[in-house]
Design a protein. Structure first.
Length: 117
């Protein structure tokens, strides 16, 4: 059973940067599509970014395109989310997710990102 553990969250000023990491346990990480989602206070969880199992194909929410970059290192069982030009509206708990055949089957515990103006 795969386990996902996020890290790298914190508090930054508007315009700052953070890099989130999600470490996965297990030997089958490289076959999963991986995603990042976020949930702001009082709002539903929303899609942020996704990366294919081989790292070639990525997809982003319109709200983060050009500012966030998702990447992965299958040798380290880790997926990353580089977040630049952060805005107060990016404040949320960020969750890592694993997908198998298009079905999301595992969430991480989340990491808090706070952006102050």
């Amino acid at each position: 059973q795969v386990q996902l553990v996020e890290s790298g969250g914190g508090s930054v000023n508007s315009g700052g940067s953070l890099r989130l990491s999600c470490a996965a346990s297990g030997r089958t990480f490289s076959i999963y599509t991986m995603g990042w989602y976020r949930q702001a206070p009082g709002k539903e969880r929303e899609f942020v970014a996704q990366i294919s199992s081989n790292g070639i194909t990525t997809d982003y929410a319109d709200s983060v395109k050009g500012r966030f970059t998702i990447s992965r290192d299958n040798a380290k069982n880790t997926v990353y989310l580089q977040m630049n030009s952060l805005k107060p509206e990016d404040t949320a708990i960020y969750y890592c997710a694993a997908l198998r055949q298009g079905v999301l089957f595992k969430w991480g515990q989340g990491t808090q990102v706070t952006v102050s103006s």
